[in-house]
Design a protein around this ligand. Structure first.
Ligand SMILES: [Cu+2]
Length: 263
């Protein structure tokens, strides 16, 4: 009996030594809810995930399986697209409504289940129906597998920077109007950095996004353009910065180790 148990233990050890577990499981709850938000001296209800604008950052390591339970508490149908994630044999988890799935109806929920394979870096998730992605979006940060270093000098601090747009009016009304008239939709009233538009004289706003920095430390910005219809340009006044990696649709298209831009 003892010998048998010992042999079984040997087999288990052998299995885990040669076939280590690929990744862990990351679970997230996305409650899609309305939230009153004030920008540009006015307040309007917006659709959010967990009441946040931008929504929560999804963290995972390469090789991890991600389970996101999306519960729809708003009046709109919803679906979430994991922008740039390669859905290998999980096409139904990709997210575009009416293309890879039926949207999640009000009061219903759906669990997205996918594994991140051969990808790392910064991607983002957003609503993929109507114009809900204007406020329903957030970052996906994919770290290398445990023990695998970055292909560049480890930064002291990491910060997600999401560039977005803000309309004073209801964004669903903006797109509906454009569809009705056949003209281009109205351009946004402001741009946002992590949901902030910056200080406006005479407005009670929460000001701009601020990142306190210390001299001599290195900061890695994970910059995402979550604007609906615009290319955006990013620079830091009075500073140079080094572009490490550019990713488009989850593909790393360039790595520069020494190019400095801005100023
Ligand atoms: Cu997308």
């Amino acid at each position: 009996m003892e010998a048998c148990r010992f042999r079984a233990l040997m087999v288990v050890c052998f299995f885990f030594f040669f076939f280590p577990l690929e990744g862990s499981v990351r679970r997230y709850n996305f409650n899609v809810v309305m939230k009153q938000a004030s920008r540009l001296c006015s307040t309007k209800p917006i659709v959010t995930v967990n009441g946040q604008f931008p929504g929560p950052t999804l963290y995972a390591r390469e090789g991890d399986t991600v389970l996101v339970r999306v519960v729809n508490h708003v009046k709109y149908n919803i679906s979430i697209h994991w922008h740039g994630i390669r859905q290998l044999r999980t096409g139904w988890a990709d997210g575009p409504a009416y293309i890879t799935q039926c949207p999640i109806q009000p009061g219903q929920n759906y669990v997205y289940n996918f594994t991140i394979t051969g990808q790392r870096g910064t991607l983002f998730w957003h609503a993929h129906i109507l114009w809900l992605r204007a406020t329903v979006h957030g970052a996906i940060v994919i770290l290398p597998s445990v023990g695998v270093p970055y292909p560049f000098l480890e930064p002291d601090v990491e910060q997600v920077v999401i560039l977005g747009e803000w309309w004073k009016s209801d964004t669903e009304a903006v797109i509906n109007e454009a569809l009705k008239s056949g003209l281009a939709p109205n351009v946004s009233d402001a741009h946002t950095i992590n949901g902030h538009i910056g200080p406006i004289p005479g407005c009670q706003t929460q000001g701009g996004f601020q990142l306190s920095v210390e001299n001599g430390k290195s900061y890695m910005l994970r910059i995402i353009n979550a604007a609906l219809n615009e290319e955006l340009f990013f620079k830091i006044a009075g500073h140079l910065f080094t572009v490490l990696i550019i990713q488009v649709f989850g593909l790393c298209i360039a790595i520069w180790k020494s190019t400095q831009v801005g100023g």
